[in-house]
Design a protein around this ligand. Sequence first.
Ligand code: C2O
Ligand code: CU
Length: 490
Amino acid sequence: AVIGATAFVLAGCGIAGPGTVSTVGKVAFETPLAIPPLAESTVDADGTRVFSLEARAGTTEFAPGVASETWGFDGSYLGPTLVADRGERVRVDVANALDESTTVHWHGMHLPPEMDGGPHQMVEPGGTWSPEWAIDQPATTLWYHPHPHGETESHVARGLAGMFLLHDEAERALGLPSEYGVDDLPVIVQDAGFSADGRKEDTQRGYAGGLGDELLVNGTRGPFVEVSDELVRLRLLNASTARSYAFAWGDGRPVELIGTDGGLLEASASLDHVRLSPGERAEVLLRVAPGERVVLQSRMTPEIAALDGPVAVMNGGTDEFDVLEVRAAEQLDPSPAPPATLVDVPDLDPSEVAADRRFVLGDSFEINGHAMEMGRIDETVTVGTLERWTVVNDTSLPHSFHVHDVQFRIASIDGQAPPPELAGWKDTIFADPETEYELLMRFEDYADPDTPYMYHCHLLWHEDQGMMGQFAVVEPGQRATMTEETDHDH
Ligand code: C2O
Ligand code: CU
């Protein structure tokens, strides 16, 4: 049954949502962590790097001998990791072998709106869609997932998601761990529900959306990973549909954060934990000693979740998970210490702001009082300008805010400068209750009055309920239009 927001708020006091979850000390870590394969590519005559992905249905064994029905790209669960360099032109031939329409959105990518894979770029069953664009942004960890309006939560929960890594010269010069699957590890974290015999089941829906009581990392239940280098880079992606995490090391050592959604930081930051809401990424470094075992955990207290008392429904109250065990070999290859300063993260100058907009997240899954409509463009932005978007979570529950096409900077949170983990390039933020965020973003290019980009809450059930809006980027003086073809009525 679907529980609406209003029902939850009215039921209010005393309702604790799905309850407290703890898997700490209960996860056996008996299964080697799956590493999504690197996607193969070819380079065509004009130098374009060409990938292909096929969305398909299949079965996956999360427990030996027990098949679950799942979806994946080129496999039965999740998808391969795409890798490209800044300055390259890429094309991805996306085939849909499912029996329903879907899309593939390149989360965090700067690209033309027709290539974005939002709800206007549906791929019919049996169809192929071939977006093509030039990679023009710093090295970072991006990801891809479906975005069909009203069905995003279910398509992602079934297993459609993968990573898209970008490299550039500035990153290469740092000598960071960069051997994929060896000392540079994709860590795709999702919650899921399982029956007693290990079949993946639909999760229980709380206010945040579907919440499962167990975690999968890269689709592996109870994963461990063996490493043989002193320094390991983990690319954390919260690919859950609703659950947020506060990642920390089990032995209390600090989390060394080097990168956020859109790129590396100016310098690494030592943190107690790194909080990621759905869609957010973090790159962290871990230095290991020979033979040691270190457990990545998530310890989400009501304080970190920005919740208190009876409204602890975001993650079902306090929750804590054992996520992944890192096992260091007895003999480790030495790794150079990472440089003290990483990359230049140039500031955006607020005096250049050409337009101020306000986005109020309200109680009935609306933004500025509206639910998403495929045929309505909510905001029109002039290409080449810097804008300040003030996002206000005007509710007593957490939401999030994601903007397509751009990487933004957080200028302030309730008037204060952001902490280090929110000071770099971001495309998605956890929006704490009753909190105001000022975001600065530049819309460099790709004016197209007919095809909008999206902004939305990345709690995918909220997005499906309409907590989403559309913006078009246009030439100065141009008006946004919605053509009949792009207006798929849902
Ligand atoms: Cu990760 Cu609009 O999505
Ligand atoms: Cu929301």
